[in-house]
Ligand binder design. Sequence first.
Ligand code: ARG
Length: 397
Amino acid sequence: MVERVVLAYSGGLDTSVGIGWIAEATGAEVIACAVDVGQDGEDLDVIRERALACGAVEAEVADAREEFADDYCLPALKANAMYMDRYPLVSALSRPVIVKHLVAAAKKHNATIVAHGCTGKGNDQVRFEVGIQNLAPDLKCLAPVRDLALTRDKAIEYAEKHDLPIDVNKKSPYSIDQNVWGKAVETGFLEDIWNSPIEDLYTYSQDPTINRPVDEVVISFNQGKPVAIDGKPVTMLEAIQIMNARAGAQGVGRIDIVEDRLVGIKSREVYEAPGAMALIIAHQELMNVTVERDLARFTRQSEQRWGELVYDGLWFSPLRRALSTFFDEVNSVVTGDIRMSLNGGRAWVTGRKSPESLYDFDMATYDTGDTFDQSLAKGFVDIWGLPSKIAARRDLR
Ligand code: ARG
């Protein structure tokens, strides 16, 4: 029986050529699998037809948008997940859901190999392969660009020679990955880290320096999940889409960072994630209002760890899953409304309201009606500072 390979197919040059390239190198039949995670590019039927025209024996298209929003973006929001405090894990979050669909397609078509178009220098190869090994240890992995020496020049030559239905001139000088949670752009002139990003790179957000009126929005959360915008009920996917449009129109969520890849390289990345950033800022502030101090402090460390695990391709690991259970528990009180302003590339909170609020006006006020007994503070301060006071006295000697 001929071996079968499921290829993670994007419709671009590398994976289109990859179909024939893999077939020739391995003698296997290739099944192309495209997963819609809200990348909003070409029509998926067009992508499907292209895969078949490039020699795939079958082509699968999966609409994973709701699933991606509910099962991947929402856990990230509950964890306020930002790698290196800045990057909301756009690409890193999409890999595990794509892996799920690749593994399902492999089962369905009796494939023994799963292939992807990643290079050997990035994080995504790790995320795909560790994910595949975690979900289906029997499947083998293949990366034609990395393992079968499919370079860009060879890909163009191959596409022209075989008259494949791809416009090789349309290939952008950048490596772009996008989904509903955001967009990542790398390579090209950005590899000189002194070069400023140009306006052309951005498609999710408008130029933040342009003057425009402030947009004010109220986001309602239920247990950490955005459930309404300006009072109108939304799904998680809609919440991201609406906030992409509204925060994007105000230039929110542009990120330019030199980032530590898992493979040890530092790389320059330009991201835009207007919806993700606005939602995270709102969610963080609602946590400030509703989560008890020690839990909040502890949570912040775990948020960082969660982000690193997901960045490092360990979505399916026991620690990532256990931490998500912890964040579900933390988020059980993260219910209420956040009012925020969007303008000039910033999203900032201007009001909060919550049935779970720990903010006690009578405790906090400096006006009359204060219920906080200030006389208790004096003894507290003395005893709180005692250990370091004793140590300081010794050090003075
Ligand atoms: N550096 C980012 C990450 O590892 C983005 C990778 C984007 N992938 C791409 N093919 N452009 O998550």
